[in-house]
Design a protein around this ligand. Structure first.
Ligand code: ZN
Length: 208
């Protein structure tokens, strides 16, 4: 896709985003029309809400940026978003965070590249772009939660992107059992206590 559309790659890269107003204008148009705004939680999300209702959910570490776990009903304080959230904006000048929809309202009203109202800085979705550092405090929180688990459910991830995949090692070293639910194989399949290469929406509700 990026070969066909080099601009798409630029929009995903923090350096181009900060340097080029044209990249930002296109990014805002893409945000306006994102299919994520109408996405709904699926049976897998709802199963994890069920786990929390049973008081069995210590933490939910996610690489998703759509907040569908919170929308499904998981407590925001249980959800650790290692790649941030597309439902907020963050100012690169002052660090201010605000709801994405308010910024999108400004785009709909004609601002092509809305700036921070506090400091005039560049606004971007509060997500981790390519070239952007993960937030150390968030990763620390994920590692700590993993180390406190007695069961680690790895769902819908190939467990190949570090440092987040390292939560599996932390949990195992602390004695947690490991259950993997993922369509493809993962590097941890051999050491897992159970592996399901099946649909999350079918398997996860049964496990819970
Ligand atoms: Zn600002």
């Amino acid at each position: 896709m990026w070969t066909k559309n080099p601009l798409a790659e630029k929009m995903s890269n923090i350096h181009y985003y900060l340097a080029d107003p044209e990249v930002r204008k296109l990014s805002w148009q893409n945000r306006l029309s994102s299919p994520a705004w109408s996405a709904k939680p699926n049976a897998g999300h709802l199963a994890l809400v069920g786990l929390e209702k049973k008081n069995k959910l210590h933490a939910l570490i996610t690489q998703n940026i759509d907040e569908l776990h919170q929308i499904a009903g998981n407590s925001p304080d249980k959800v650790i978003e290692v790649h941030g959230t597309m439902r907020k904006v963050m100012c690169w000048g002052c660090g201010m965070r605000a709801p994405m929809q308010k910024a999108l309202d400004r785009v709909r009203a004609g601002e092509e590249d809305p700036k921070c109202r506090d400091c005039g800085g560049i606004l971007k979705s509060d997500t981790i772009s390519f070239g952007q550092q993960l937030v150390p405090e968030v990763i620390d929180r994920a590692m700590q939660a993993a180390g406190e688990a007695d069961l680690f459910l790895a769902v819908g991830t190939t467990l190949q992107v570090y440092p987040v995949a390292g939560t599996v090692d932390v949990a195992r070293q602390a004695g947690a059992r490991l259950v993997i639910v993922n369509a493809q194989e993962t590097p941890f399949d051999d050491v897992a206590d159970a592996v399901f290469h099946q649909s999350i929406s079918e398997v996860l509700p049964k496990i819970i």
